[in-house]
Design a protein around this ligand. Sequence first.
Ligand code: F6R
Length: 606
Amino acid sequence: MCGIVAYVGERSAAEVVVDGLRRLEYRGYDSSGVVVSPGAGADLRVVKRAGKLAALEGALVGHVLDGHLALGHTRWATHGRPSDANAHPHLSEDGRLAVIHNGIIENYLPLREALTASGHVFESETDSEVLVHLIEHDFAGDLAGAMRSALRQVLGAYALVAMHSDRDEVVAARATSPLVIGLGDGEQWLASDVPALLPYTRRVVYLLDGDVAVMTRAGVHITDLDGAIVDRPVEIIDWDAEAAEKGGYEHFMLKEIDEQPTVLQQTLGGRFRPDGLDVDLDLALDPTAIDRVVITAAGTASYAGMVGATMIESLARLSTTVEVASELRYRDPVMDARTLVIAVSQSGETIDTLEAVREAKRRGARTLAVLNVKGSSLSREVDDVLFVHAGPEIGVASTKAYMAMLAAFALLAIRLGRGRGTLSDERVAELVAGLRGLPHAVEEALATRDRVRVLAERMASARSALFLGRGVNVATAFEGALKLKEISYVHAEAYPMGEMKHGPIALIEPSVPVVAIATASARYDKTVANLQEVRARDGIVIAVASEGDEVIASHADEVIYVPRVMELLSPLVNVVPLQLLAYETALALGRDVDQPRNLAKSVTVE
Ligand code: F6R
């Protein structure tokens, strides 16, 4: 949500910043802007435009934006619609101070009224603009000091970055919204996310809440809001730059779908004990010290949590519930020191998930994150982290991170089961063999693409679609429906298959295809009976079935065959054709796959 890039150094700052914004496009935005300091006290030069980056780049043609210090921003509208005026950077009235901001200033209205009463003139409808007026008001040659004093007056979330034409520096502050500094020799970068830095440096410093950083060519100086020096470690990013490039693919989403066999190897790699009878996850958690598990997350990560809950209940015999973080954080949940709260997240920056974890900690629960991004806020707030090692996920629609989360949950369920004595050697050996076979099975599931492409034509003309699954594959149905909605905008609903008769059956008609997960399972017969009920009402059934199932074709209109794997691990294979179905349907409808309308990759505001 919103992208921030800043640069100070010898290069053309405008070029570096626009390049960085391009690399952050996946975060979701609807306007963008850039400001450059020509130096020697000259007025700042700003260009901003509503719409995609191409509009900004078009507007930049013909502008001389020479300078070695620049800020850039992509805005995802909260207060005020996407327009040139509401786009960031915001300039002070004298044109010498520029500010960009991610987050929400909750008390902006009284601040705006007070500033207006004292003669400040506002040019936008944004909450962010109060920040430039507050800093301008307090500026007397010390930009960091003015920013600290402005921040003492605001409530809310921010990643805030400013520069002044008199100062050869970028000043940044953080509360809730992420910021990471990239370190170079004689040059520094700043961004809201690591992919913007990858072409330039691997040495980074993550800012924490309350930090104020001053970045010059010579280096970085970090203080707290009172001006006391704070020390933040330099960390090395192990993602390679190509991982965040399209690498010949038309879309990041397809590249990331195709990467899933490799991702599974990364998630599972080095985690099986040599005897194959347990896994090593490097957790401080004592599996016997917990009585129940609460899994919390948002969107796709919450569906990974649903699969995880089934795995943990089944293998570790721990009562496990799943609750979306935006609800859990505001409830009055019953939790204590014997409750394990597992937060699942790709980005580690989803505000609802972070707040749910904070609520759980206030109630004394033990916390663990199933997480992709190292250095993210979530990684610092939990007792234990299980990294899923999916690599950078750029496509807005999550695919490979979901796959990695499922594999990580399987490992966690085995560890908990082993630690609690609920799993026999034979069962573990069977699970480990199943997990080791997954990269190959997922590779084979990717070969469904041609078949799926044909079915996508039907989906593209559908009024709506129903996704049904049972047991551990209820989550697969939810994930398939979400993927389709997100990137193709075809309406879809998901239900546990047994619930169909309790309402959704009324929707069934030929223009509403029913995608049913009908792979081998202990409830296969019930599934077949449900498919019959759909077809008896002229419904069109697209079944995802196990290879070798010769019966299913007589119960479905179309079948997508996937490799046969053990039921508990089947969501990892079954989701693949559903990801491809969403992708191909979106293509057939000419949608913007990597940047679907209204969506942001990591949702850092409520
Ligand atoms: C869907 C999707 C979202 C995210 C959700 C949580 O494709 O990507 O539903 O899963 O916003 O994000 P993270 O996992 O970053 O906490």
